[in-house]
Design a protein around this ligand. Structure first.
Ligand code: HAM
Length: 433
C-alpha cells in the first residue's frame, strides 16, 4: 500500500506494535502507557496534582512568557491567526500553567501549588534524533514559594521518575542565573569582554550579543567556545541573595544525596529563569542529550500581568528522549496486557452464542477477543495466539448441545471441560490467580 497521506515530518504515530514511521520512537503505545503510569505514580508520591491546559494558547502569552528573542519564539512557533485572535500550538507548558494559575486564582486554594502535566508540545525545529516537531513533555511546577527546598524537591521529583524507570548514569548539571540585577552586571561584563572579538563572532552570536547575550554561552562553534573560555563567569556576579539561595540548594541536594555537577555555562533556552537552573543529561541518546531541564522563575507571573509575585520552580522532560535512553540502556517496559480469553466459534449458531457471551464475560470484567470476520477455525486460533490469549474456548454445535466448552490454557496446552453455567467463575478464578 502506498498511502496518499503521511504524517508530517517531525511528528509520528504511536502504534499498538512498533512504529516504523520516521524513527522517532519505536515504542508501542503500551510503553507510553507504562511511562505515563510511572509519572502519575511518582507525582502522586510527591503530592503533586495534575493540571491539563489547552494545546492552543494565545501567542502573546508564549511570546511574553518565554521571551521574544528566544529561538522558541522567534523561529519555532507554530502560530496562526483567525480573525483577530493569534493562536499558537504550545511549545512548552510552564507559561500556560502560570496563565491558568493566575486566571483561576489558584493561590486562593492556599499553600504552595504543586502542579504536574503530561502532554504534547510543538516546536518547528529541524527534526533529528531526539528532536521532533510534535513531542511530549511531562513536568511539574511548584508555585508560590521561594524556599530553596522547593528547588530541591522539584529536582528530586524529576530524578525519582528516571529512577523508577530504572535509568542510570545520568548527569545533573546545575547553575544559578541569579536575579535580574546580578545578571545585568554580568551581561555588561560579558559584552565588554566580547567587544574586541566582534569580528570573529557569527551572525547569530552577534544578534544574541544585542538581544539575548546569555545565549552566546550556548554556542556550539568551537572558535567561539575558545573565545569564551576566559570570559567572565556568571557565578562571580551573583549578589548576596542569589549566592545564598544557590548555596542552600547545593547543601540540600547533598543532604538528599543527589549528585550534580556545577556548570557555570548552563543557560537555558527560555528567558524566564532566575536563580536555579538545571538540566538532566544522558550520554546515551546522541546530540540532543538533555532529558529534561528547568529552573526557578520568580518573575514570570508578574511578566504575565500579576500584581503579586508568584515565586516558582519547575522542570519539564521529553518522553521521546526518555524512550531513547531506555532503549539505549536496554530497559523494557512491561508488555501490553494480553486478552484473558478468546472465543472461537464454529458455525452460525456458535457465532451467535459467542457474540452474546463475549459481552457477558466483558461485563464481568474479563478482556475478551473474538472473530469479527467469520473466518475459519484455524485463522481464529492464529488470532487467539496473536492476541496472546491466556485461555481459548472453542464453541461448536457439540458444545452447544452439551452445554459446556473445552477451555484451553494456551501456554500449557491443558484443556478442561467447563459447563457454561460455571464459565464466568472458572475463568475469573484462574485469571485473578
Ligand atoms: P525545555 O528545556 O525547552 O524546557 O524543554 C524540556 C525538555 O523537553 C527538553 O529537555 C527535552 O527533553 C524536551 N524537548 C524540548 N524540545 C524538544 C523537541 N523538539 N523534541 C523532543 N523533545 C524536546 C521547557 O520547556 C521548560 N518549560 C521547562 C520548565 C518547566 N522550566 C520551568 N518549569
Amino acid at each position: 500500500m502506498n498511502p496518499e497521506y503521511r504524517s508530517i515530518t517531525g511528528t509520528f504515530d504511536i502504534l499498538p506494535d512498533t512504529s516504523t514511521t520516521d524513527g522517532a520512537s519505536d515504542a508501542p503505545s503500551s510503553t507510553w502507557r507504562y511511562i505515563e503510569d510511572v509519572i502519575h505514580k511518582v507525582m502522586q508520591r510527591f503530592n503533586a496534582e495534575e493540571i491539563r491546559t489547552p494545546i492552543l494558547e494565545p501567542t502573546p502569552l508564549i511570546a511574553r512568557g518565554v521571551g521574544a528573542y528566544t529561538d522558541i519564539v522567534s523561529k519555532e512557533m507554530f502560530a496562526f491567526e483567525r480573525g483577530d485572535t493569534h493562536y499558537v500550538l504550545r511549545p512548552e507548558i510552564t507559561a500556560p500553567v502560570v496563565r491558568a494559575y493566575l486566571q483561576h486564582h489558584l493561590d486562593q486554594r492556599g499553600g504552595v501549588q504543586k502542579l504536574y502535566y503530561i502532554g504534547p508540545c510543538f516546536r518547528a525545529e529541524r527534526p533529528q534524533k531526539g528532536r521532533y516537531r510534535q513531542f511530549h513533555q511531562f513536568g511539574a511546577e511548584i508555585m508560590g514559594t521561594d524556599d530553596p527546598r522547593a528547588d530541591v524537591e522539584c529536582i528530586a521529583l524529576m530524578m525519582a521518575i528516571y529512577e523508577e524507570i530504572g535509568l542510570s548514569g545520568l548527569r545533573l548539571r546545575l547553575n544559578s542565573v541569579g536575579n535580574p540585577a546580578s545578571r545585568a552586571r554580568f551581561v555588561e561584563a560579558l559584552q565588554n569582554y566580547l567587544e574586541p572579538y566582534r569580528h570573529e563572532l557569527s551572525e547569530t552570536s552577534l544578534q544574541r550579543l544585542e538581544k539575548n547575550p546569555l545565549r552566546i554561552l550556548d554556542t556550539k562553534a568551537q572558535h567561539e567556545q575558545e573565545i569564551l573560555q576566559d570570559a567572565p563567569v556568571l557565578l562571580d556576579f551573583l549578589d548576596e541573595e542569589s549566592e545564598k539561595h544557590y548555596a542552600e540548594v547545593k547543601t540540600l541536594l547533598q543532604d538528599l544525596e543527589i549528585a550534580f555537577v556545577e556548570d557555570p555555562t548552563l543557560v537555558r533556552g527560555l528567558d524566564y529563569y532566575t536563580h536555579t537552573a538545571f538540566e538532566l543529561e544522558s550520554a546515551d541518546i546522541g546530540a540532543q542529550s538533555a532529558l529534561g531541564g528547568g529552573g526557578r522563575y520568580d518573575l514570570l507571573a508578574q511578566e504575565l500581568g500579576s500584581k503579586q509575585a508568584v515565586p516558582s520552580i519547575g522542570f519539564a522532560s521529553g518522553i521521546e528522549r526518555l524512550l531513547l535512553a531506555m532503549e539505549a540502556q536496554g530497559i523494557e517496559a512491561p508488555a501490553a496486557p494480553a486478552v484473558d480469553v478468546f472465543l472461537a466459534a464454529l458455525g452460525d449458531e456458535a457465532q451467535r452464542w459467542v457474540f452474546r457471551w463475549a459481552q457477558q464475560l466483558r461485563a464481568e470484567g474479563l478482556s475478551v477477543g473474538l472473530d469479527l470476520r467469520g473466518r475459519s477455525l484455524k485463522s481464529q486460533m492464529k488470532e487467539a495466539n496473536r492476541q496472546r490469549a491466556e485461555y481459548t474456548l472453542i464453541i461448536g454445535g457439540n458444545e452447544l448441545e452439551a452445554g459446556g466448552a473445552q477451555v484451553k490454557h494456551m501456554e500449557s496446552g491443558e484443556q478442561e471441560e467447563v459447563a457454561f453455567d460455571n464459565l464466568v467463575a472458572y475463568l475469573q478464578r484462574r485469571i485473578e490467580a
